[in-house]
Design a protein around this ligand. Structure first.
Ligand SMILES: Nc1nc2c(c(=O)[nH]1)N[C@H]1C(S)=C(S)[C@@H](COP(=O)(O)O)O[C@H]1N2
Ligand SMILES: [Mo]
Length: 437
C-alpha cells in the first residue's frame, strides 16, 4: 500500500528534486522557511511562477529526439497509465459472454468517459456487425414499415450531439446488504458518460407514421442475447436517440457498433446495443429483462414494476480505496454526480460520516441526465475521515442514505441502489469501503 508523504517531502527521484527546488527557490527569493511550511499552497504557486533553470537538471527525455509522428496511427495512453483499465469482479458472472467490466472511475477526471474505458455489459457476447450489411427496421402499429441502412440513418435530418450518462440498474447492487467491494470502480463503475451523435428516435417514428392506438415500443438488439425491452411511446418520442457515434468517432464494437439506442436518464439495460428493430405496439411485451430481471424485489416479497428512471446519485472518486490520500495538507477531493431526472443542482460532501456537510464546487458543464464533476479543496491533517457525498437534482430530490433506502425498499433488492457511499480514510491515507450506522 502507498505511503503518506508530507507536502514537499517526495518519494525520492523526481519528487525529491522538486522539493529541493522549492526550498532553494524560497531562500533565494528571501521568503522565510517558516512561512513556506505554513502556506504550502502559496509555495506551490511561487515555485511555478519563477522557475530557475539551474535548479532542475535537464532530464534525459530532453537530450534525445522523441518518437516520430504516427508511431501509433491510433493513439494509445502513456505507458505510465497502463493500470487505468476496465476491470472485472471475478465471482460476479460465470461466463465472459454474459458479463460486465467496470469503468476505472478512481483514475478519471472531468465529465467525459474515454471510449476505451467505458464499462461494458452484455448478455451474449459482443456482436460483430458489418456496417454495409447493417439494417434497422421499424414495424408494428405504423402506417408504413421501414428499413434503414446505416447510410440512411446518417442521412436523416435533425442530427444532434448530446452527453448522457448510462448507468446499469445493477450498479452498486452488490452493496445492498452492506459494504462489499473495495473501490469505486467496482461499487459504482457501471456508469459511463459520453457525447453521442445520432438522430432523435422520433424522426424514425414520424417517418413510419405511428398509429393512434400505439402506446409502447419494443427495441431489440442484433446480438446473440437478442436483448429486448419495452419502452413507453412518450419516452421514445421525447428524447431517445438512434446513435452511431460516441465522443466524435464511430461507436465501439462493445458499445453497439454501428448503432445503439440512447434512452437518457433511464436504466442502462434499455439502451439496446446493435439495434436491429423497433416494434410499435399498444402494451408492454413482458420480456425477460423487464420481468425476471431489472425489477426490484421488495421486503414483502412483491416486485416493483418498471423502475425506468435512475434517481440522483453521487460518489467520491478520490480519495477512494484505489486512490488513497498521499499527502497531508492541501488536497483536492473529487467526485461525480448524476440524475436521470435532470441536472445536478448541488453536491454536499461530509468528511465525518454525515454529521457536517460542506457544499462542493460543481465544475464544468452540469447538463441534464449527464455526469457532473464536483470538487472540494480541503486540508488534511492526518485525521481519520469518513468521506461521503450527497447529490441534489433540479427537482429537489436528495440522494438518500443507505439506511433510508432500506427502510423503503427492504434488503432483497439488487437494482437501483443510489444510497450514499462512505469511504473510511485511515490516518496513513489508506481508504476502504465501509458503512456508517
Ligand atoms: N443488444 C444488447 N443491448 C444491451 C445489452 C445486451 O446485452 N445486448 N446490455 C444492456 C445492459 S444490461 C446495459 S447496463 C447496457 C450497457 O451498455 P455498455 O456496454 O455500453 O456499457 O447495455 C444494454 N444494452
Ligand atoms: Mo445493465
Amino acid at each position: 500500500m502507498s505511503q503518506i508523504h508530507e507536502p514537499g517531502k517526495g518519494r525520492g527521484g523526481e519528487a525529491g528534486t522538486a522539493s529541493l527546488s522549492r526550498r532553494r527557490f524560497l531562500s533565494a527569493a528571501g521568503i522565510g522557511a517558516g512561512v513556506a511550511a505554513a502556506a504550502p499552497l502559496s509555495a506551490v504557486a511561487a515555485r511555478a511562477a519563477a522557475p530557475d533553470p539551474n535548479i532542475v537538471p535537464v532530464p534525459d527525455w530532453t537530450k534525445t529526439l522523441g518518437v516520430g509522428v504516427n508511431n501509433n496511427p491510433y493513439g494509445v495512453p502513456s505507458k505510465f497509465e497502463k493500470d487505468v483499465v476496465r476491470r472485472e469482479v471475478e465471482w460476479l458472472t460465470a461466463s465472459r459472454e454474459s458479463s460486465v467490466s467496470f469503468t476505472p472511475l478512481y483514475a478519471l477526471d472531468g465529465v467525459i468517459t474515454p471510449n476505451g474505458l467505458c464499462f461494458v455489459r452484455h448478455h451474449g457476447g459482443e456482436a460483430e456487425i458489418d456496417p454495409d450489411k447493417y439494417r434497422f427496421m421499424i414495424h408494428g402499429l405504423v402506417d408504413k414499415p421501414l428499413v434503414f441502412t446505416l447510410d440512411d440513418i446518417k442521412r436523416m435530418p435533425g442530427r444532434v450531439n448530446r452527453a448522457y450518462f448510462l448507468e446499469c440498474a445493477a450498479n452498486s447492487g452488490m452493496e445492498w446488504r452492506g459494504a462489499q467491494l473495495n473501490g469505486c470502480q467496482f461499487t459504482h463503475g457501471m456508469i459511463h458518460n459520453v457525447f453521442y451523435t445520432g438522430v432523435p428516435l422520433r424522426a424514425f417514428l414520424d417517418a413510419a407514421g405511428v398509429k393512434t392506438s400505439a402506446k409502447w415500443v419494443l427495441a431489440e438488439g442484433a446480438d446473440a442475447s437478442v436483448m429486448t425491452r419495452s419502452i413507453p411511446l412518450h419516452k421514445a418520442l421525447d428524447d431517445c436517440l438512434v446513435a452511431f457515434a460516441m465522443n466524435g468517432e464511430a461507436l465501439r464494437p462493445e458499445q453497439g457498433y454501428p448503432v445503439r439506442l440512447v434512452v437518457p436518464g433511464w436504466e442502462g439495460n434499455m439502451w439496446v446495443k446493435w439495434l436491429r428493430r423497433l416494434e410499435v405496439g399498444d402494451q408492454p411485451w413482458a420480456q425477460r429483462e423487464e420481468t425476471a430481471k431489472y425489477t426490484d424485489l421488495l421486503a414483502d416479497g412483491r416486485s416493483r414494476r418498471y423502475t425506468f428512471i435512475m434517481d440522483a446519485k453521487s460518489v467520491v472518486t478520490s480519495p477512494s480505496p484505489q486512490a488513497p490520500l498521499k499527502h497531508k495538507g492541501p488536497n483536492v477531493l473529487s467526485g461525480i454526480a448524476w440524475s436521470g431526472r435532470g441536472t445536478i443542482k448541488r453536491v454536499d460532501v461530509s468528511l465525518d460520516g454525515g454529521r457536517n456537510w460542506t457544499t462542493a464546487r460543481i465544475e464544468g458543464p452540469a447538463m441534464p441526465m449527464a455526469m457532473t464533476r464536483f470538487y472540494l479543496d480541503f486540508d488534511w491533517d492526518g485525521r481519520e475521515l469518513l468521506v461521503q457525498s450527497r447529490a441534489m437534482d433540479e427537482t429537489g430530490y436528495v440522494q438518500p442514505s443507505k439506511a433510508e433506502l432500506r427502510k423503503v425498499r427492504g434488503e432483497n433488492s439488487i437494482y437501483h441502489n443510489n444510497g450514499i457511499q462512505t469511504w473510511l480514510v485511515h490516518g496513513n491515507g489508506e481508504t476502504e469501503n465501509v458503512e456508517v450506522g
